[in-house]
Design a protein around this ligand. Sequence first.
Ligand code: SF4
Length: 423
Amino acid sequence: MSIFPPTDGMRADSCPGALRPHRAEDGLLVRIRLPGGVLPEGGLRALAAISAVHGNGRLELTSRANVQLRALRERELDEVVRKLSTAGLLPSASHERARNIVAAPLQGRCPPGRWEIRPVISQLDRRLVAEPGLAELSGRFLFALDDGSGSVLSINADLCLFPVSDTVAGLVITGRDTGLRFPVEQAVPVLIAAARTFLRERHARSSDAWRLSGLPGGAAAIVRRLGEEFGLTAPASPAPLAPPSRPAALIGPLREHTGGYSLGVVVPLGTLAPAQAELLDDLGGGTATITPWRTVVLENLDDAAVARARRLLGQAGLPTDPASEWLHVTACAGRPGCGKALSDVRADAARLTQASEGAKSGVLPVHWAACERRCGRPAGSTVEVLATGDGRYELSGGNLTSPRAHDLTELPAAIAQARRITD
Ligand code: SF4
């Protein structure tokens, strides 16, 4: 199997896939697409087993609710692919990198979400892989399906579907409401036609844009095409997309419309050890869903099951408390995965965050980076902890007026201070 991008005349994007690994410092990295963050039954357990045998034993959750495996050996790649296929995690070789679908993780089960989108996720995935031409979509092109909660409306998707009512959906392109409204039964055909039009426009202009935002006039061409194909026009005053307010983090027990609970679980630094993945698989009865915030949601639990799950998850290092410090801490790959890294930033971040769990140490999010590139830095106001290469970290952002380097013993107090919001 080639681990290099094909040359098809167009600039190929470098997004890794299961069949197109990225060569990292610690071995090969593969990314497995999970439309809507939904895993097939036993999927987490299967991924944990593959990573334990062939990789570093961990599962990395991504901001598109996918999973990455690291430190794979090149000679074992064919075996990894065979195991992924057997587990139902690689349903299409031709379209594996095009299956980029994020969805509201509660999928209409909990207020204010009202649209049961799991069937829509499946239908969109099936239609996507059934159309050979759509395999040309880049690994970065993104569909989003909202359930009416607004959970994924602000995610930077190329095409986003939002339910305006129980029977009518609206289309948002690159974050802008097109004003187009259509019956929910047309939702998937509309998205497929829109993606097809993007590729057609890309070819017509000999563009190598990977995403709609890189194709000037692309959104207008889609709106025109949807008018021709479905008779859709944007009224002068379309019903507004008005996402209701929602909880800040989908963590802890969340009441479902049916009376049961979904349970949001924090995954520290978005990384699962094999035993944690297996526990989530067991407790979720094969229904664990990964979210775009690198957390996991279990569903359809009763009171006793919630209490038991919270106890076992807490013992396994997976908090279910919305006040958990881990929700506010992110880190880049660092050593040993990245050749540019000046430290094992994830180990340092984990040690210090573990020590401060339970203590109210600030409000602002914290991002740890092992070099100046600052990969994975979240948008918005953030405290930065940057490796200096001499065992120390430079702290900046938050309420600090100037950066300052600290050793690891000084860092907890300095971070807590920087995270406090001052007037
Ligand atoms: S911030 Fe630097 S060390 Fe961290 S993943 Fe990016 S390039 Fe690598």
